[in-house]
Ligand binder design. Structure first.
Ligand SMILES: Nc1ncnc2c1ncn2[C@@H]1O[C@H](COP(=O)(O)OP(=O)(O)OP(=O)(O)O)[C@@H](O)[C@H]1O
Length: 255
């Protein structure tokens, strides 16, 4: 079943067509890569899918309904969560609080109860703390739960951002360069985590990544953007051998 469909999506900044006639269709449960040279429009595409920008043209449907014109938080509530190329954490809050915050989107207690700290508030806070801790365990951050987020090493901040995105309980997770700044060992571990969380949480994942070995190993299908347009899509083997892709990456190694 189709979960996300973008049709004929375009975004123009001034005279620049950053994304042009972008078409992608992602089925429930797939793990898809979005690649392309620097400046190809990948992050702009993510920003369109998550309501950061409104498209100049085109349609986006998620779970069968249009999400064009919704605010980012409304899109998160519909079930799309993301991470950012430049990590965006609540840098002065603890690791645990960063994940707990994402849960508050889903918690049902009213303001009066939370002020008075009665009723459901206590039980739900406890449940949130347990769930948040579980995500931290998955991402090997449980022993750092009380540290201030900005004091974590870079690779751990990236993992924390993914843990926080997952805590919003999305159906679709968009990862913008999750392995950026990681060493090969961290990248390998991340790859395993991505595979595992997809299965464990029945997730659909779309990821932007420059690390070709990660993309080729982990993704089932890949879309290639160049100058704002999709120039190829297919399974990793097809993408590796596609002359248009090789040309777009001329000077960069695809292996
Ligand atoms: N808010 C904006 N205003 C004007 N131009 C923009 C804006 N955002 C992106 N662009 C331009 O749109 C084009 C696509 O940028 P984008 O960041 O989407 O590419 P990218 O594929 O994510 O690149 P990278 O791999 O370097 O992150 C670039 O030419 C960029 O300068």
């Amino acid at each position: 079943m189709t979960l996300l469909k973008a049709s004929n999506l375009s975004k123009v900044f001034g005279g620049l067509r950053a994304v042009s006639n972008f078409d992608v269709e992602i089925n429930d449960g797939e793990l898809i890569g979005l690649i392309g040279p620097n400046g190809a429009g990948k992050t702009t595409a993510f920003n369109l899918l998550t309501g950061v920008y409104e498209p100049t043209d085109g349609e986006i449907t998620f779970d069968g309904k249009s999400v064009v014109g919704l605010k980012p938080y409304q899109i998160t509530q519909r079930g799309i969560a993301r991470t950012f190329q430049n990590i965006r954490l609540f840098s002065n809050l603890s690791v645990l609080d960063n994940v707990k915050i994402a849960y508050h989107f889903h918690v049902k207690y009213g303001l009066a109860e939370s002020v008075l700290r009665v009723g459901r508030y206590h039980n739900e806070e406890k449940e949130i703390e347990e769930k948040a801790t579980r995500f931290l365990e998955i991402f090997k951050l449980a022993d750092k739960k009380d540290e201030i987020a900005k004091n974590l090493p870079y690779g751990e901040q990236r993992r924390l951002e993914i843990a926080r995105a997952l805590a919003a309980q999305p159906k679709l997770l968009l990862l913008d360069e999750p392995a950026a700044g990681m060493n090969p060992q961290e990248t390998h571990q991340l790859m395993e985590m991505i595979r595992w969380i997809r299965k464990e949480f029945n997730l659909t994942i779309l990821l932007i990544e420059h690390d070709m070995s990660l993309v080729m190993n982990v993704c089932e299908r890949i879309y290639v953007l160049d100058y704002g347009s999709i120039i190829a899509h297919g399974v990793p083997q097809e993408i590796k051998n596609n002359p248009k892709v090789i040309e777009a990456y001329l000077g960069e190694e695809v292996h």
